[in-house]
Design a protein around this ligand. Sequence first.
Ligand SMILES: [Mg+2]
Length: 375
Amino acid sequence: MQINSIEVIPVRLPLKSVVTLSRGVSRTIEEGKQIILVKLTADDGTVGWGEAGPSRRWSAETTHSCYTTIKHYLAPIVVGRDPFDIAGLHEAMNTELAPGLDPGQPVAKAAIDLAVHDLICKHLGINLQSWIGAKGADRIELSYLVSAPGPDEISKVVQAGLDQGFRSFKVKVGHDPDGDIANMRTAMEVARDCVVWPDANQGYTLDQALRAARGFEALGVELFEQPIPMTDIYGMKKMLSATSMNISLDEAAMGLPFVIELIRREAVEGLVIKVNKVGGIYYGRQLCDLAHNAGFKLIGSGLMDAPIGFAASVHLFAAYGIDFPADLNGPQHIAEDYSAKPLPMEGQFALVPDEPGIGVTMDEDKIARFAIALD
Ligand SMILES: [Mg+2]
């Protein structure tokens, strides 16, 4: 089997609402959710779809960088390849774009990885979870994302999530510790008996993070996501000894070599997996296997994923039986997408799609309507 052609299609999906990270809004309403879609066609006519959905205030990749990287550097090495040689594909992509602290433009590489996985699973007539070869769960609980400036707004957002049936909430912090502790207190009072945890997106200094940790711990919080910059290994180790909360690393857990270094330095005990940030399913599986074997807390998350990234994440997280609620907040924020039919849900649980491949039926008329030209 051989990949015969690749199409690279930038699209913009409209947003219902924005997410505010420690560095500001991840994308404005005007920007929308911009994605680079990749369509692979094999010599037997099988088609595979993937996508790159960067978040420019979360990591350094942009819609433009993903587009030019895929078009000029990754597409030429994909055509002619045997899609079943996924390890060889990543080796070839890493030869073109060298990995460093992260896998080297992983969001762009993920688009190719996802399209190849979709292609081979469709060819075999199996879903992605079956290809991964693990059926730890058949569904993933979704959490509701809360990013709001003060207790009054926090209260309204949490109540909106409760009204929709959510039972878990991730609160964006990383601004100032005292205000963030007040926001967490409000969220936990409104969402009684729910799972509530903070994510600072590297926004605190070590001193601020230690202060925030004392406040969160006193509220009964059990997990604290990426409190300080991913380069502060000393700080991450210090936080582990300073609190009984699980400190789960997201921005610091982009790729295997750096995570292995954190293990050597005893600075990690929880990993947040995102299919796009790690370069797709191939590295996602390796990080999940590492976390399982090391006995780490494993959290599933995303970058406000559209349906392809969302469904691929559900296959991966369910394969590994992740039972902590996943921050896959695409449906919370994206107003309309490119799929022909909705993905399977039961309440606020995302079910593993049964159909061959990743399980998203693409609507090419909608894709044409959402397509944008990048200058
Ligand atoms: Mg995070």
